[in-house]
Design a protein. Structure first.
Length: 446
C-alpha cells in the first residue's frame, strides 16, 4: 500500500529557528532600517521551516478525507499527521482529541457551544476577550483582577465556594501567560484549587505556547487552546485540544459536510471525534503550518527558552531604568514572564509613542488595550497614571540584540525629548506624521 510522503523540516536543533527574511523600511528622515518587530504578541512572522512545509505541501494540495485521487490521499495523510503532531506538542492523553479551528477565539467559542446545560463558568477579568467573552453571561462568574498570587488563589476559592450550591458542572477558565504583561499565571497554585472543588479547567495558551512547553496531563487541565498566528505559523489555524466527552455530546459547531455520518429524509446522524466540529473543507495548509511550527519549537525548546529569558531580562530591566517610563505587572515586578512588557511614558499619549517608534526608528509595537480592556483599565488605575491605554512590547525569535538596543535608546529619547517629527491625529488612523515623505502606497502581491 502506498503511503504519503513525510514532510522533513530543514533545520538544526543546535541553532535557533530562523524567522522570515530581513525587511528594510524607510523612516520619515529618509533612512532605511531593518524592521524591529516587537509585536509578536499580536501575530508572529512565519518560521522558515513553516513556510517551507507549506510550500512543499502546496504541490500536492487537494481536498481531504473523501477523495480517492493521489493528491487527496496525500493531503489527507498530511492533515491527520498534523493533528498527531499537535497532539504530541500539547501532551494529549489517550482519550483527548485535537480539533483544528481558526484561532483561540474560535476554539473557546466552540467549547462554549459544547458546555452542558447549567454549566457555571468562572473566569478572571484579566483575560483576553477571546477567553472572557464567549461564555453564557447568565452562567458566568467573573473574578476581579488579583493583586498578587495569593489574592488570585483567594478569589478563585471564593468563586468556587459561592457557586458550590449551583446545579450542573463548573468550568474554570485560566490563562497561561498574560498578553498584557507577559506574566506566567500560577497554574501550579490555581489548578489544584479548581480540582479540589470538582471543576473542569480550560487553559488559554495563546501567549504561553510560543514560550513554554505544553502538557495537558502535567498541567492537569481538561482543554487547551492556542493560535498558529502567535506560534510562527500565520496561516489561519488554531487548536482546541482535550477531553472529548462534552464535545462529542454537543451539537456540531458548524453544520455541513464532513461533520455528517449520514443524512436521510428522516434526519441527520453526526460524526463523533474532531470531524464533528470541522465541517466544510478544512484549512489543510494552515494545519500543516501549525504542525510544522509545533515540531520546530518542540525540537528547539531549550534554545528558544534561553534566548527568550535573555530578551525578557534586557527588556524589563532596560525599560524600568528609563526615567519617566512606567511598566505594569499583575503579580509583582519579580514574577516570571515571557518577553512581553506594557508601559507608558509620562506626558506622551501611547498612540503617539507607537507612531514615533515606527516612523522614526522602524520599530513595530502595539498601543491600546490589547483586547484585554478590563485588565488594562485596572493596571492603569492602580498605577495612578493619566494615560487611558498603554504601549506593548512583545519580543520573540524575529528580534536581534540590535533591535533591543534600538528600542531602549528610542524609548529613552522619547521620554527625555519627545518625538523628533511632528504628528497629528487622523480619523481612522490615529497618530501619523504631519509631513511624511515616504511612499505609503501598497503594492498588491497578486
Amino acid at each position: 500500500m502506498s503511503t504519503a510522503p513525510v514532510i522533513h523540516l530543514r533545520h538544526s536543533s543546535t541553532v535557533l529557528p530562523i524567522v522570515g527574511s530581513e525587511q528594510r523600511v524607510p523612516t520619515v528622515f529618509g533612512e532605511w532600517l531593518d524592521v524591529a518587530n516587537f509585536d509578536h504578541g499580536a501575530s508572529t512572522p512565519a518560521l522558515l521551516a513553516v513556510a517551507d512545509a507549506v510550500e512543499r505541501a502546496t504541490t500536492t494540495y487537494s481536498s481531504v478525507h473523501r477523495g480517492k485521487g493521489w493528491n487527496s490521499r496525500v493531503s489527507s495523510a498530511l492533515y491527520e499527521a498534523a493533528r498527531a503532531e499537535v497532539a504530541t506538542f500539547v501532551g494529549a492523553r489517550e482519550d483527548d482529541e485535537v480539533i483544528f479551528t481558526r484561532n483561540t477565539t474560535d476554539s473557546f467559542n466552540l467549547l462554549a457551544r459544547a458546555l452542558p446545560r447549567d454549566t457555571t463558568v468562572i473566569v478572571f477579568e484579566t483575560e483576553h476577550h477571546a477567553t472572557l467573552l464567549p461564555w453564557p453571561a447568565r452562567n458566568t462568574v467573573r473574578l476581579p483582577v488579583p493583586a498578587s498570587v495569593a489574592d488570585a488563589e483567594a478569589l478563585l476559592r471564593t468563586g468556587l465556594k459561592e457557586t458550590a450550591h449551583l446545579r450542573g458542572p463548573r468550568l474554570v477558565v485560566l490563562n497561561g501567560a498574560s498578553n498584557v504583561t507577559g506574566e506566567y499565571w500560577p497554574l501550579d497554585r490555581l489548578v489544584p484549587i479548581a480540582r479540589r472543588a470538582g471543576a473542569r479547567i480550560a487553559l488559554d495558551a495563546a501567549q504561553l505556547a510560543p514560550h513554554a512547553p505544553l502538557d495537558l496531563a502535567a498541567l492537569d487541565v481538561d482543554w487547551i487552546a492556542f493560535s498558529g498566528h502567535k506560534l510562527y505559523a500565520p496561516y489561519g489555524a488554531g487548536v482546541l485540544a482535550g477531553r472529548r466527552d462534552w464535545l462529542d455530546k454537543a451539537a456540531p459547531y458548524l453544520s455541513g459536510g464532513g461533520a455528517t455520518a449520514g443524512v436521510t429524509t428522516q434526519g441527520t446522524t453526526w460524526q463523533t471525534g474532531p470531524a464533528r466540529h470541522e465541517a466544510g473543507s478544512p484549512n489543510v495548509l494552515g494545519a500543516i503550518a501549525l504542525a510544522a511550527a509545533c515540531a520546530t519549537l518542540r525540537e528547539h525548546r531549550r534554545l528558544v527558552t534561553h534566548r527568550e529569558e535573555d530578551l525578557t531580562e534586557r527588556l524589563v530591566a532596560g525599560l524600568r531604568a528609563i526615567d519617566g517610563v512606567e511598566t505594569f505587572s499583575i503579580f509583582g515586578e519579580d514574577h516570571d514572564r515571557a518577553p512581553v512588557v506594557s508601559f507608558v511614558i509620562d506626558g506622551l499619549e501611547p498612540g503617539l509613542v507607537s507612531a514615533a517608534l515606527s516612523a522614526e526608528h522602524a520599530i513595530a509595537v502595539r498601543d491600546g488595550k490589547f483586547c484585554a480592556h478590563l485588565l488594562v483599565d485596572a493596571l492603569l488605575e492602580d498605577a495612578g497614571v493619566e494615560a487611558r491605554s498603554a504601549v506593548r512590547v512583545s519580543a520573540g525569535l524575529a528580534n536581534t540584540d540590535e533591535h533591543i538596543e534600538r528600542l531602549l535608546a528610542a524609548v529613552e529619547s522619547l521620554a527625555t525629548r519627545g518625538p523628533r517629527a511632528a504628528y497629528h491625529v487622523v480619523e481612522g488612523e490615529g497618530w501619523v506624521p504631519v509631513d511624511d515623505p515616504r511612499d505609503l502606497s501598497v503594492t498588491l502581491p497578486w
